[in-house]
Design a protein around this ligand. Structure first.
Ligand code: PRP
Ligand code: URA
Length: 210
């Protein structure tokens, strides 16, 4: 439906997303599920990483294998809720560098307000994976990626758990070069900008606030 969207169609992802949405899921389980689903989304989002051949010795003989080539990946969680995805992705890519972008959505205007930005150097040469569980209006993702591009990043992917069509379209309009990897594409936004059926406020559910 959207050329910039990759939905991870896998029974484990569907099962875990269903548990994540359930309002009775406790904070502790919510955190674990975000961790596990992030790992599965990252597995897909890294499926075409470039490799180089290496020689090695097994206990039995010399052989050739492969290792990731190029600069280390950069993970960039959007604070706060993106922090919940870092652990799962770093389990797959333990050498990744981690930057941070601080943004929150103004509750009335729904516009993003930025308060922090720190990313690893060598921006031109790295693949950046931006992490945020929720892509709602797309305002936060578009703003984070504007800032990353201004800093020199050229290769960016956006990883989320729940995407709304409105946010995917906003990304397609503003950043058609950025592929989105999502665990699910939901129906629509409500009049407060919440994703339906969604899972509520991801930051509050992860950190037990409110
Ligand atoms: C949530 C979410 C995204 C943003 C998505 O963050 O984690 O960053 O909303 O909405 P958008 O696509 O309409 O911009 P929030 O602003 O609630 O901040 P928090 O993570 O600090 O709770
Ligand atoms: N941010 C959230 O945490 N949840 C939504 O449904 C929309 C934006």
């Amino acid at each position: 439906m959207f050329p910039n969207l990759n939905v991870i169609d896998h029974p484990l992802v569907r099962h875990k997303i269903t548990k994540l949405r359930e309002k009775s899921t406790a904070t502790r389980d919510f955190k674990s599920l975000v961790h596990e689903i992030s790992m599965l989304v990252a597995y897909e989002a890294t499926s075409d990483l470039p490799l180089e051949e290496v020689d090695l010795e097994t206990p039995l003989e010399r052989t050739r294998g492969h290792q990731l080539s190029g600069k280390k990946l950069a993970l960039v969680p959007i604070l706060r809720a993106g922090l919940g995805m870092v652990g799962g992705v770093t389990e797959l890519v333990p050498n990744a560098r981690v930057g941070h972008i601080g943004l929150y959505r103004d509750e009335d205007s729904l516009n993003p307000v930025d308060y922090y930005f720190k990313i690893p150097g060598d921006e031109e040469d790295r693949l950046f994976l931006v992490l945020d569980p929720m892509l709602a209006t797309g305002g936060s993702a578009v703003s984070a990626i504007n800032t990353l591009k201004q800093a020199g990043s050229q290769r960016i992917r956006f990883l989320c758990l729940v995407a709304a069509p409105e946010g995917v379209q906003a990304m397609l309009d503003k950043h058609p070069d950025v592929q989105i990897y999502a665990a699910t594409l939901d129906r629509e936004l409500d009049d407060r900008g919440y994703i339906l059926p969604g899972l509520g406020d991801a930051g509050d559910r992860l950190f037990g606030t409110r």
